[in-house]
Design a protein. Structure first.
Length: 282
């Protein structure tokens, strides 16, 4: 697992990417539930997701769940162009960019502190530049590892910024639902919840032998170090390589120490969101 000296790994993830591009290009779609696809849902706006619509869902089922959604056909050329523009912002921020898919990447900004400023400020600036130059919302998680940065961005969505300070990684990770761990899908989640194991912290309190007995050798030995934030990036790197191959074929609580935005020491955690990055209560 790659570990930066401080919280300087960024996971930048465009929000509801395909749907956001459609809204950007057609103002009539803004504020409305949007489904991209036809027979199968390729992407959905957050309004549609709130009604139960998910990627890879059949189009008829999606329309039953969200009958007022506007369904638009995919425009892969538009998504590719938008992705290229966003990745240009990434590369202008740091040369250390690891693309994961058409709409997300890791950035290492640890060497830029003296020249540019702290990672939280760099992340805020990146979000602002993507919004101003490409006109798309993007969420960024910042942490010492890729694993935790990606978890942070997932928690901060949509259109947010979350920094996990090194001294509060467990305080951030352990209260989260088990589904936040890489590799925990519906089947594994159901097995854990049958045994009243609902949070990452509850997974961490189990010994590896108990997890292996419950989930099998592969899953048990995978989740035990993840719950302790050890070897977290190894599993992600394999998944990222698989996703990159797919994308290549076509765009496919310690309140003192961890917080939203860049208010990482002292005070009540806040959340940065929106184009202006205004802080609002959690």
């Amino acid at each position: 697992m790659y570990v930066s000296p401080g919280a300087s790994i960024l996971h930048a993830d465009l929000d509801a990417f395909y749907a956001s591009v459609e809204r950007r290009d057609d103002p009539r779609l803004r504020g409305r539930p949007v489904i991209v696809g036809g027979g199968v849902v390729l992407a959905a706006s957050y309004e549609a997701k709130a009604r139960g619509v998910r990627s890879a869902m059949g189009g008829q089922q999606a329309r039953r769940l969200c009958p007022d959604a506007i369904v638009v056909p995919p425009r892969m050329s538009a998504y590719t162009a938008a992705s290229r523009a966003v990745f240009e912002v990434f590369r202008q921020t740091t040369p250390l960019v690891e693309g994961i898919s058409i709409d997300e990447a890791f950035l290492d900004v640890g060497g830029l502190r003296r020249l540019v400023g702290p990672p939280a400020d760099i992340a805020a600036r990146l979000r602002r530049e993507v919004r101003e130059r490409v006109h798309l919302p993007i969420t960024v998680g910042v942490a010492r590892t890729k694993f935790l940065a990606k978890v942070a961005s997932g928690v901060a969505k949509p259109d947010g910024l979350l920094v996990v300070a090194p001294d509060a990684e467990m305080a951030f990770l352990h209260p989260l639902p088990v589904e936040r761990l890489w590799g925990v899908g519906p089947v594994t989640s159901a097995k854990l919840r049958e045994h009243r194991i609902r949070t990452v912290g509850e997974v961490a309190r189990l010994g590896e032998a108990a997890l292996v007995s419950l989930l099998g050798s592969g899953a048990g030995r995978h989740l035990h170090p993840l719950a302790h934030h050890r070897q977290g990036d190894r599993g992600h790197d394999a998944a990222a390589r698989r996703r990159a191959r797919v994308a290549a074929g076509g765009p496919a609580r310690d309140r003192r120490s961890w917080c939203h935005a860049d208010r990482c020491v002292g005070g009540q955690p806040g959340r940065q969101s929106g184009a202006a990055g205004a802080a609002v209560p959690q």
